[in-house]
Design a protein around this ligand. Sequence first.
Ligand code: URP
Ligand code: ZN
Ligand code: ZN
Length: 471
Amino acid sequence: MATFDTVIRNGTVVTASETFKADVGIRDGRIVALGEALTDASEIVDATRLLVLPGGIDSHVHISQPSGPGIVMADDFTSATRAAAFGGNTFVMPYCLQAKGQPLREALKDYHALAERHCYIDHSFHLIISDPTDAVLGQELPALVADGYTSLKIFMTYADMVLSDYEILQVLTVARETGALVQVHAENYDAIRFLADRLERAGNTGPYYHAKSRPIAVEREATHRAISLAELIDVPLVIVHVSNREAMEEIRRAQQRGLKISGETCPQYLVLTEEDLKDLGMEGAKYVCSPPPRDVASQQACWEGLQQGVFTLFSSDHCPFRFDDEAGKLTPGGRTSFRWIPNGIPGVETRLPILFSEGVSKGRITVNQFVALTSTNHAKTYGLTGKGSISVGYDADIALWDPKKTATLSQAGLHHGADYTPYEGIEITGWPVATMLRGRFVVRDGALVGPEGGGRYVSRSAPAAGDRGPA
Ligand code: URP
Ligand code: ZN
Ligand code: ZN
């Protein structure tokens, strides 16, 4: 019997801290050796001129999430995890949305049923707490954290999800008691409502006004408030999808004061602006997400946040709706006001190529920062043991990456369920040429070779409090 099931030979291994030439020996789905001239294997994979990266972990994706009457998300677990695998990912963390009045266990049962036997890559769930009843706070949440559902998201906006400050403090208290990690969507609900009403009264109803209804101050204020509430309870917090300098600086100040606040940003805040929403027709709806893309100065601020370690997480916030579809961006209500356009854009497949090309290839970040921001830090932050690094003992979740391969992002080349990409036409240098999950190829030479259902649900441990991972 061969020593290894597979050896990846002649590649350049990249971790969050080091880059080195090594062969990677894999047995029973795990990395068991890093060394020179490993040969005794059932299969040898030649990785000459390729980078051997830990598979991407995207800790912020929405899949099959109920999104309002008549609206259907463009991806189910089959298509979302297929697209993720083509984009070099081996793990996604979608949200399990609690509807008002719904027990968390019931919501989880539904999501597990949707995911089971359909995922091409591994996954676990964050909980969205929309209704923090006494039963949820006192019984369900503590039991679920103990069961490995160790992170949850709360919202400071959206009519059906917004929590009051009092409720946020209650959730944060349970998080402190249980060790769960809370993510927050930081935008001021009442300010958005007020501005949206005023815009509509003035007849400003097109997609562009979505951005005008949620200006930077709305996000900065909520970010500051969320941090203050976390400080009162003395609990870590992740501020997700940060779009601009002012919110980024709030997080930086909190970190400098010793608070355990982490920041996440996303591709849309690096390569899109609110100008993309400007179209006299409905084309701008393709870019409607919250917070909205800002301007070039905000893009620069987000780069600084990534470079300087204020942001330790780079996620897609994949939240796909079809464009040319009444169940998507062209919902009839959306033609009467931006208010009704479903929020969210697809991006799970394009996250890694965009950050590699704009970041590593253009010299803004190192390849080690790339690995930390797209994989290692996600595993550390969310208590995912044995994933997120090319290290002995870790799962052989691997992206083979051609740093010189060029491509133009285009809907025709993508594998998600949406009918467009907001990143159409962006030139990319650096591309994932194969994705391996626990030692088996899922994508190889541009073809899907892994089985639907090959991805597993993974229970997580409580995150290390305040461990923001390597910058
Ligand atoms: O517009 C967005 N980001 N939709 C997804 C839901 C969320 O807030 O993350
Ligand atoms: Zn959000
Ligand atoms: Zn999101």
